[in-house]
Ligand binder design. Structure first.
Ligand code: PLP
Length: 458
């Protein structure tokens, strides 16, 4: 399999180079040059363990790592998960929940980032290289990225976050990791300051090359690849031996998770349709209902990992939708960059595969409460957005699977408030209180961050 850029300006690459590259050099996103059709293999894949299924699936996209090595690496990546099924399916009678939060930081980003950390180590070791990962987080992704990289030879990670503006638990999930190669930088400034500094540092190419900076953000193709696996895993578990198709409801922010589902569907997974669920940040749900993609202001909600207006993975979807034509894609993106608005030639519902709606805070809280009362299930606010949208839009009789993207104990304020009593806890989070922490407070000054990296890079 070769990979190309959505903007058409990159010589085709193989998988390992794609992983190290992250974003394409022409500013586009990297895509496989075609999607394999795996329908002939589904009967064989049904019932396989997650890691074995993952290796079969990924070997269609990876021709520079053997299938055995892939299977070993996948199994190793999910050893830290606290459930033998990795992504277990819960049957709530009326619908199913696919729990993606059994990894070390209790959020679905672990599924991709545990695998990406191992991939980086393997590729860097083979090439005799090292990498310093630099990231900026408003709270949630930082801990999953740290958990993916901690203790790995040849890798170090520097995570900037706004000092005092993450939740208490979010900060502890980062700063209680004491491995030598982990550096938590509490920046006296906002999340926007952190992101601006990150951009500036990556744009200093001499600095970037000297310190071999790398990124783990959600545009990395390997993250999507790891996420395609659970769509096959869950749809094959529930398709009744090939007699029916399954509907997934996906709480959406950067469009990574649902795009992995879309790819699974294009490859032949037994999926009827996908429900795209947003919170008040509804640019994507408006797009899928009207064909108009228009930037708005960011709303801060109780599902903060979905408080996103411009979704970084959306370009990949558009590329496919526009017939893999880089010129058409560039026109759309140029219009959007210039006007904050762009649209497809035909207005109205955009895609038979994706239905979409937005769920506000009030309905999210009501859904947490009703899910608890009716099904004795505790959903986190992100998961609840997906449950509300799924139950509203999935009416065609195919089994509904709602993706649970975070453990409720990560968001105890909203969950306990919705249910009316303290129910959201997890022993791993309880243990963080009082644990030893390490962090460095720095001013919102690029020179100060660069000096810190110079002193601690590997
Ligand atoms: C990141 C995240 C999402 C959104 O996923 P995308 O791939 O960005 O669409 C939803 N829920 C939780 C808990 C997350 O951390």
């Amino acid at each position: 399999m070769r990979y190309v850029s959505t903007r058409g300006g990159m010589a085709p690459l193989r998988f390992e180079d794609v992983v190290l590259e992250g974003l394409a050099p022409d500013g586009g996103l990297i895509m496989p040059e075609r999607l394999p059709d795996v329908r002939a293999e589904l009967d064989h894949w049904r019932g396989l363990h997650f890691a074995v299924l993952g290796a079969h699936l990924m070997s269609h996209f990876v021709d520079d790592i053997s299938r055995d090595d892939l299977a070993t690496m996948i199994a190793q990546s999910y050893r830290g998960f606290d459930h033998p099924a990795i992504t277990p399916i819960r049957d709530l009678d009326d619908f199913y929940v696919l729990e993606l939060f059994h990894g070390p930081t209790l959020a679905f980003k672990d599924v991709a980032l545990q695998f990406l950390g191992n991939l980086f180590s393997r590729i860097l070791a083979a090439r005799g290289r090292t990498m310093n990962v630099l990231g900026a987080t408003s709270g949630d992704t930082g801990s999953a990225a740290i958990a993916g990289v901690r203790g790995k030879p040849g890798l170090a990670i520097f995570v900037m976050y706004p000092n005092g503006r993450t939740s208490y638990l979010q900060e502890l999930q980062m700063t209680t990791v004491l491995d030598d190669n982990v550096h938590c930088l509490a920046i006296d400034g906002s999340f926007d300051d952190c992101q601006a500094m990150m951009k500036e540092i990556f744009n200093d190419l001499e600095f970037k090359n000297t310190y071999r900076l790398g990124a783990v953000n959600s545009v990395n193709w390997a993250r999507l690849l790891a996420q395609i696996v659970y769509y096959f895993y869950a749809s094959l578990a529930l398709d009744d031996g090939g007699k029916r198709k399954v509907t997934f409801s996906v709480p959406t922010g950067n469009f990574g998770d649902i795009f992995a589902g879309y790819l699974a569907m294009q490859m032949g997974a037994p999926i009827e349709r996908l429900v795209l669920a947003t919170n008040e940040n509804d640019i994507l749900s408006v797009f899928f209902n009207t064909g108009v993609y228009a930037r708005g202001d960011v709303h801060f909600t109780i599902s903060p990992s979905m408080d996103i207006q411009v979704a970084s993975n959306f370009e990949r979807y558009l590329y496919l939708k526009l017939g893999s034509d880089p010129e058409a894609l560039k026109r759309f993106m140029t219009d959007f960059a210039r006007d904050g608005r762009a649209s497809l030639p035909t207005l109205g519902p955009v895609d038979d595969c994706i239905v979409a709606c937005s769920v506000d805070t009030k309905e999210t809280l009501a859904t947490i409460r009703s899910t608890y009362e009716r099904f004795a299930y505790i959903a986190d606010p992100h998961t609840a957005v997906g449950i509300a949208a799924g139950r509203r839009l999935a009416t065609n009789g195919s089994p509904l699977v709602c993706l649970a993207t975070a453990h409720p104990a990560k968001f105890p304020e909203s969950v306990d408030k919705a249910i009316g009593k303290p129910v959201a806890f997890h022993p791993r989070l309880d243990k963080l209180a009082g644990a030893k922490t390490r962090k460095t407070v720095l001013p919102a000054d690029t020179q100060a961050v660069k000096a810190f990296i110079e002193a601690h890079a590997i």
